[in-house]
Every structure is written in structure tokens, then in C-alpha cells.
Ligand binder design. Sequence first.
Ligand code: NAP
Length: 303
Amino acid sequence: MYDLIIIGSGPAGLTAAIYAARAKLSAIVLEQNFISGGQVINTYEVDNYPGLPGISGMDLSMKFREHAESLGAEFVRAQVISVHVENGIKMVRTENGLYETKTLIMSTGADHRKLGVPGEDRLMGMGVSYCATCDGAFFKGSDVAVIGGGDVAVEDAIFLARGCRKVYVVHRRDELRAAKMLQERLFALPNVEMVWDSTVSSLEGENQVGAVKIVNVKDGSKKTLHVDGVFIAVGITPTTELFKGVVDMDQNGYIITDENGTTSVPGIYAAGDARVKQLRQIITAAADGANAVTSALNYLLEN
Ligand code: NAP
């Protein structure tokens, strides 16, 4: 029986591991990937984590992980199959067996959202990608399109512009959602072309992306962009399927908590991108992890 099990090892889970280790809780982190860090590992350059300007997402994740391990945090690689509660005990079933714990932190983060247009599924891995830092190198010297207008889309476009001949950024409005500083960096790049007020109607190609068909939402005009790659960055969806029916969620599947990570079930907390919150960034995920462990400690003292 553990004091605490942390599911997920992005910035929220890794920070929770640091705080749990310092509190000398008997705790484990269950992680399903070979590399800790969650979505952050796909960020080429992190520009807003205090004290470490310009660090790569991979390096920052490794620092988090090394920090947690140096304090004695224990990590177990295991795919969680289900979670349920029996007489206040939280039962976490994994492919490796059943774990029991008094408290639980759900820090499973979020994953990329699909665009949902014809050609997207068929051409996935054949020119359609959701990770510029993973796949960008395959498109050196090529023309590519990035779909979206948030931080991820703009960061991806800046990254791709280093190696690609031309980068189109297709956005459904005439204003980007991304941070202003990122926008300025994007607009200064000579090989980036903005395609405003446009949505994608289909992705074309036989065995490889050859074109993106787009529609202007203001005048209905249609256009074809001839590209070899399409990077889709239209937001995220929470990775919370496992917890449906266990804790309360909003209509989009984000776990409902208070600011201390408290969910609808005593002794279960949520931290990071998986929970309802205003700002989903590394620093807020890390703060959530710290708060959730503090909440778990209070619960353990009282129960
Ligand atoms: P996001 O901020 O939700 O932006 C998604 C973008 O995709 C928006 O521009 C949205 O358009 C567009 N979009 C959504 N659905 C679409 C559709 N069906 N068709 C066309 N366009 C669509 O998501 P994100 O960029 O993935 O970022 C996720 C979170 O991580 C955000 O909270 C972000 O701030 C954070 N993040 C932070 C950093 C950083 O601080 N360095 C880096 C990366 C990510 P509209 O603008 O019209 O809604």
C-alpha cells in the first residue's frame, strides 16, 4: 500500500515526484513512455520557464527527472488499465499488476487534437505529422504547411522555417492566438507565408502528402497549397479516458478540481494539462504538481 501514486510523468507528475520525495512519502510514478516529460519533449525551445531561457524541452524534462531521481523518487514503467476506489483505497490496475494507494495524483496531461478532415488519417506518417521537432528533418528543403494559430503552431512554424524552403501557416482567423513575442519572430521570417481566414477542407496525395486544399472562410474562395508535409497543431485534448466515471469532468473531458488539485473524490488529485484551468504551460503544470502533493499530505494527516 503506497501513500501516493502519481500517474504520468510530464512536468506536473515530475514536480509531484520531487515534492513527494522531499516529504518522504512512499510513492511511485507510473509512466507509460520511455522518456519522461510528456508534451514538453516535443518543444524545440522553451522560452518562458524562469531561469532557463531557451532550454530545449527535452533538456528541461531530463533536468526535472534527474532532480526527482536524485531525491529518491521511484519510477515504474507501466500502462495503467483502470482506476477504481474501494473503501477509500485507490486501486490502480496496470499491465504489470495491481497497485494500491491511499492517495492518487492524475497527471496524464493532454495529447494533440486531430483536424478531422479527409486524408488526415490515411496520410498520417506519410506527410501528415503532429510533431515538428520529431518529423521536421524529413522535410528539409521542402514546402510544408502548419495548421493552427496557437503557441504550438507558431513554434512549429519557426522551427520548420530553419530547414524547409517555404512554410505556410494556415489559420482560421486573421489574428494568431500565440504569444506576441512568438508572433514577431514568425512574421520576421522570409520563408513563412501566412494564409489567413482559412480552413483545411482536405489533405491530398496517394502515398505521400502532395497538397492541402483550403477554403477562405470570409469569401468562400478555394485554394490548393502544394506541399510535401502538413503539421497539424490545432490544440490538445486531455488524456483522461481512464478516469471517466471515477472523478467529475467537464464536457471536454478535463478533470474538475479546485486550485489545490482536489477532485470530486477524497484523496484523488489532478495536476497539469488534464485538469480544468486557465493557463496550460510548464510552469503551471509544475505548480499543480506541488499543490497536489500538499493536498495529498493534508489528506494523509487527516485520514
Ligand atoms: P491552442 O492554444 O488551443 O491553439 C489551437 C489553435 O488551433 C488556435 O489558433 C485555434 O484557432 C486553432 N484551431 C483549433 N481547432 C481548429 C480547427 N478545427 N481548425 C483549424 N484551426 C483550429 O493549442 P496549442 O497551440 O496546441 O497549445 C496548447 C496549450 O499549450 C496552450 O495553452 C498553449 O498556451 C500551451 N503552450 C505553451 C507554450 C509556451 O508557453 N511556450 C508552448 C506550447 C504550448 P483559434 O485561435 O481561432 O481558436
